[in-house]
Write a protein of this length. Structure first.
Length: 422
């Protein structure tokens, strides 16, 4: 086989060629000329990856040209010779370069860069601060370590001290470290298994932590009608959406954020049904999230009819913030809690769900599974849930109507006029 011709270009040609495209100097070395605003000129080396015969490209640097600095033809040929030597020795030039880059990149540097690149996708306003604290403070012991050299022992040194005492914090930190190291591998800065991986790795090395349940202050369910009546009275005098929101949360037994972020398009007043999108239903029980249908009792429908004007935008928040003239900002995070505590100090919004669950168990004959499904708790396996779904909604509607009658009986309800549309 004829040997490939080398040194096809002259020094003058290499510095003056302006025709777009790749111009071969032979032996895999090319001068790549681009047009456009930047008019880049760059030396590249093309080769076939051993074993796959896939074509690969590695940049060698900017090319010298009229009025600009860069590699001369002679310098580019020297770099090309180094690449050919590595290929002859069975090495992959791209992998070699990545390994060198990894050797210069610390965990802290890569983690900080990754955080900046993904922060725009965070939903909660505190999420960025939480990530930053974990990666800077809790991971301080390995921030100066090369990203490619981080081991399981390094991760354990961070996670183990707080695993039994601050388990939730430890789990969140582990998950974030795993994300950083996975991204480093995707960038070619690491190889092998992720040392922060849970299954088949840290799970086998850490003791099983006891699950601790958070107890939320709840009112005895016998006090709920009085609380609802007080909220209605406060709305009558102050006309604030937050009191309606607090009452609505009691009537539907949903979580606060599920109601705060409720948009007009999610409501079907004809069917008396509210469909919460999957992304707002992600919980520890259901990390993937699924759409959740909430049957609405008569009183809940009346509240929505009062709040939703005839010309309301589909994306408008039903429970908008006090100063949100266009209905495009939801109530503040603690607004509903403050409204509840104003009428019953020893209660939390989540505690309202507990009051509802106690009432179902003590005062009704509804099955336990129906009560749990009304609270959006997972019951049974996927097959069982799919089988129950149709009939469960009917029974849940009956349950929520009964709860609505209990907490807002006719003697408790305060009439209000339909809000004028604009």
């Amino acid at each position: 086989m004829a040997k490939r011709q080398l040194h096809k270009l002259s020094s003058r040609a290499a510095e003056t060629i302006a025709v777009p495209g790749r111009h071969s100097d032979g032996g895999g070395l090319y001068l790549a000329v681009e047009t456009g605003a930047h008019r880049r000129r760059q030396w590249v080396f093309l080769y076939r990856a051993r074993g796959t015969n896939r074509r690969r490209e590695i940049g060698l640097g900017s090319a010298k040209g009229p009025g600009r600095d860069g590699l001369s033809l002679a310098q580019a040929r020297l770099k090309a010779a180094e690449v050919r030597k590595a290929l002859a020795e069975g090495k992959d030039p791209i992998a070699e370069r990545r390994a060198k880059t990894a050797g210069d990149t610390t965990f802290g540097q890569f983690a900080d860069a990754l955080l900046q690149s993904i922060k725009s996708g965070f939903k909660g306003k505190n999420t960025y601060a939480d990530w930053k604290r974990d990666l800077e403070v809790r991971c301080k012991s390995m921030r100066d370590k090369q990203i490619g050299a981080v081991t399981t022992a390094d991760v354990l040194a961070i996670i183990s001290p707080m695993w039994l005492t601050k388990n939730r914090t430890a789990r969140e930190t582990r998950s974030r470290v795993e994300r950083v190291l996975s991204a480093a591998k995707a960038k070619g800065l690491r190889t092998g298994e992720n040392p922060a991986m849970w299954r088949g790795n840290l799970k086998e090395l850490l003791p099983k932590a006891k699950k601790t349940k958070r107890h939320h202050a709840a009112a005895p369910y016998k006090n709920m009608p009085g609380i609802v009546r007080a909220l209605q009275e406060r709305h009558q005098s102050a006309d604030t959406n937050v009191n309606f929101a607090a009452e609505f949360i009691i009537l539907t037994a949903v979580r606060t954020n599920e109601a705060r972020y409720m948009r007009v398009r999610e409501i079907d007043l004809t069917e008396k049904l509210w469909t919460i999108p999957a992304e707002r239903m992600k919980t520890e029980d259901d990390p993937e999230g699924t759409d959740f249908e909430v049957p609405l009792c008569e009183r809940a429908v009346a509240i929505l009819r009062e709040l939703i004007s005839d010309n309301a935008a589909p994306d408008a928040y039903v429970f908008a913030g006090q100063w949100s003239k266009d209905q495009m900002k939801p109530l503040g995070h603690n607004a509903v809690l403050h409204a509840l505590k104003a009428v019953y100090p020893a209660i939390t919004t989540h505690g309202c769900r507990s009051s509802f669950r106690d009432w179902v168990g003590d005062e009704t004959r509804f099955e336990r599974e129906i009560a749990e499904m009304a609270l959006a708790h997972k019951v049974g396996d996927d097959t069982e849930r799919a089988y129950r779904r149709g009939n469960a909604l009917k029974k849940r509607r009956q349950l929520m109507e009964a709860w609505g009658r209990y907490v807002s009986s006719p003697s408790n309800v305060i009439a209000f006029q339909r809000r004028a549309t604009t």
